[in-house]
Structure formats: C-alpha cells, structure tokens
Design a protein. Sequence first.
Length: 263
Amino acid sequence: IESSHVLLEPVSSEKESRSLRKMSSWKSKVRTPIIFATALERYRTARLNEWILRCKSDSDAYLNGQHLTKYGVQVVVEQLLIDKHCRVLFVMESHMTPEGALIISEALRNNDTLVKLFLSHNKLGDDGTKFLARALSCDNNSTLRELSLCHNGITDLGAEDLARMLASNETLTHLWLGSNKISDLGLERLCEVLISKNKTLQVLSLEWNRFRSYTKFNILVDMLEQNESLMLLNLENCQLFRHGVEQLIDSAKKKENFELLIN
C-alpha cells in the first residue's frame, strides 16, 4: 500500500555530508595556525629562559637572535638588568620593536650597572631611538658608555633625538649608527653638538648612511678641527664627494690620536 505521507530526505544526505566535511576542514585550517603560533611562542619563551639561566650575575649577557616579544623584553629587563645586574647586554637581530625599546629605556633610568648595550639589527626606528635618547639625557643614566643602534631604520628624526641626548650626556663614549637612513640634516645635528656641547664621545660610527650635500663637508671639517674628545669617526660607504673626502682626510691628519675611516 502506497503511503500518503511524503518521505523526508535523510538528514545526512550526500549534499549535507559534503558541507559538513568542508566546514570541518575549514575549522581545522583555522585552528592549525593558532596552535602552531602558541607552540612557537612557548618554544621561544623556553629558549629565552634557558639562555637567561646561563647568564651569570654581574657579567655579559648574549641574547642575539631571540625574536623578543614585549613579554620577552620584560623578562630580559627583570631578570638580567634588575636581578642579575648585567653589565653588558647583546640583543641583536631579535626583532625588537619601539615598544621593546620603551621597556628597556624605562629600565635605564634607574640602572647603575649596565655599561654596554648592543641593539643592532632590530626594528627600533625613530620612535624606539627617541625613547632610548630620552632615557640617556641629562642625569637619567650615568653608567652606560657604549650604545649600538646599527641597522634600525633610524632617519634624521632619530639622529636629532640622539644629538639632543649627546648635548647633556657626559657618560656615553661609543655610539654606533651604521647602516641606517641618516642623511645630511642628521649629520649636521650630530656635528653641531660635537662642536659646541659634547666633550666625552670618543667613537662615532656612521658607515653606510647617505650624506649627499657637499655643503655639509664644512661642518664635518669644523667638527674635526674643534672637537677634542673624538678618537674615531667611521664614514665608510656614505657616498661622499671625492673632493670632500680629501678635505676630511687632510683635517684628520692634523689631529693626534685620531682615526678616520672613509672611502
């Protein structure tokens, strides 16, 4: 006997099965990167903690290539700068951002043990440079003597902040700024402060920046003639005019205990 009721299509029809499989696959794809990111972060944290445990108190700390997040920088500051009184800190090629530089700069204001800080090949930019420069201005820090900021995307804005810092800082002796984006204006500001105010900087490294204006050579020459503290100036691979280079070499020869690196 033929039923008078229309048979309902099973819930698990082929069409719905395909949809469910597709949805399940999509959820799996979304979940996998999240799980991977979490696992990667745990691995990096464990690796950072392992390196920190190896560091002895009142000594040098090498944390290059650690891929530091905001949390990682906080751990470095708390355990190495505050607890272990680290004297030299290498944090190069660690993907550090301006936010990380801010955390370090706040620690520098109250630090009386760190002597050398190497932050080359990071992502500090002008903002991160500004944070560090302010922390090293006036009497905020009287301990740090060497600072490396090579390859950090620093422009003339960052160079101006560093120049203002050098106007009041009487402790810093070595400043490395190679392979950045500093041009004529930044060079001029740095030279001005080395002529009129700063009497303590001994090493200034500006290699692989671009100084294109011939008129800026005059202030470089003036700086070499009037500054009495600088012992080494690195201007290699800065695309300088040949005639200007010859002028600088002549000025450098007249100074005692001074080395000019230039080509």
